[in-house]
Design a protein around this ligand. Structure first.
Ligand SMILES: *Cc1c(COP(=O)(O)O)cnc(C)c1O
Length: 362
């Protein structure tokens, strides 16, 4: 098999060991004679897989006992609709939701929420081309907002929060962590809701994680669909309807793998080093540029531009020839993007750095 490093933003690279284990268990999971894909979600085999995945994730993120972990479907964009439907009951209708607009993904969340409530953009970095998180001292938050919604890592723009936002008293904080969950230590107790599509830093597409504080399960609007009603999903231990069983199984293998690697703190240390290597190479001279303010640069998704954009195709072809895949930037912003999630080894980043240097030299 050819050896490659995959820099895709998502669906993205998974640990080799996890894929090998899944391959070896594909036809017969632990002597059951069944593939995980073929198991009833209510049978003892799958229940044990689910319970272990839940317990391992709870341990990895130190999720407090008064938070539920939900294994859902519908992706991050699905949650954009579901979050208002689950939380707007906290306030008189139509209610106001505060947002901080830091890039493409928070922008999509704003657009969707506006279908259900009044939206207040408390701060935006749009005018500066989404190159930073606006200074929290300038945020214009709403008294009595239903919640404050932030995207703590903007996958397309490469902007990451290096602090935990502080909502007004009594207002829950909702965070889209799709592209950096499990990449750094977080204090879950500071958040009301954390959500993440699995296909960036966890596992296959099709699984969406929601971590929600129990007291926030009481505020769904009557129109909230049952399959997306957090309290209903929580009461059925994510089995109100058929969950994405195979995606949960792979996510569970990833969680176990992360534990063997030393957990989230160990991953964070590696991620800091990987990001340092790559930014250093991009900053070395002005052949490449990353436009994000230094304190807000993402450790996971690193967009960059060639000074001479007419060389883009040549750059990508040369990268591909070396097994450095999926470096093309998102179509909305152009340029290049290297996503260096947990499963990207430092050797992959080093190979990219070597190529960056060589290409610039040429
Ligand atoms: C990828 C992504 C999403 C969208 O996820 P889907 O599963 O495609 O709905 C939302 N938010 C962020 C931050 C993402 O990176």
């Amino acid at each position: 098999m050819t050896h490659v490093f995959n820099f895709s933003a998502g669906p993205a690279v998974l640990p080799k060991e996890v894929l090998q284990q899944a391959a070896s268990e594909m036809l017969d999971w632990h002597g059951s004679g069944m593939s995980v894909m073929e198991m009833s979600h209510r049978g003892p085999e799958f229940i044990s897989i689910y319970k272990q995945a839940e317990a391992d994730l709870r341990e990895l993120l130190a999720v407090p006992a008064n938070y539920k972990i939900l294994f859902m479907q519908g992706g991050g964009l699905g949650q954009n609709a579901v979050i208002p439907l689950n939380l707007l009951g906290r306030v008189a209708q139509p209610g106001t939701i505060d947002f901080v607009h830091t890039g493409s993904w928070s922008g999509k969340s704003i657009k969707e929420a506006a279908r259900y409530a009044q939206v207040n953009v408390a701060a935006s970095s749009q005018a500066e081309g989404f190159t930073r998180v606006p200074d929290p001292a300038t945020w214009k938050l709403t008294d009595g907002a239903a919640y404050l919604h932030v995207c703590t890592n903007e996958t397309i723009d490469g902007v990451e929060y290096n602090f935990v936002p502080q909502p007004l008293d009594g207002v829950p904080l909702v965070a889209d962590m799709s592209s950096h969950i499990l990449s750094r230590v977080i204090d879950v107790s500071k958040y009301g809701v954390i959500f993440a599509g699995a296909q960036k830093n966890i596992g296959p597409a099709g699984l969406t994680l929601v971590i929600v504080r129990e007291d926030l399960l009481e505020y769904a609007l009557p129109a909230c669909p049952s399959a997306f009603h957090w309290k209903n999903v929580a009461e059925h231990e994510s089995m109100f309807n058929t969950p994405p069983t195979y995606a949960i199984y792979i996510a569970g293998l990833v969680f176990a793998h992360l534990k063997r690697q030393g957990g989230v703190a160990a991953m964070e240390a590696r991620n800091i080093e990987k990001a340092r290597l790559l930014y250093e190479a991009l900053d070395r001279d002005d052949f490449y540029s990353n436009r994000v303010e230094e304190s807000c640069r993402s450790r996971m998704n690193i967009p960059f531009y060639l000074r001479d954009e007419s060389l883009n195709d040549q750059f990508l072809a040369g990268a591909k020839a070396r097994g450095l895949l999926q470096l093309k930037g998102h179509k909305s912003v152009g340029g290049m993007r290297a996503s260096i999630y947990n499963a990207m080894p430092i050797e992959g980043v080093q190979a990219l750095v070597d190529y960056l240097n060589e290409f610039a030299g040429r």
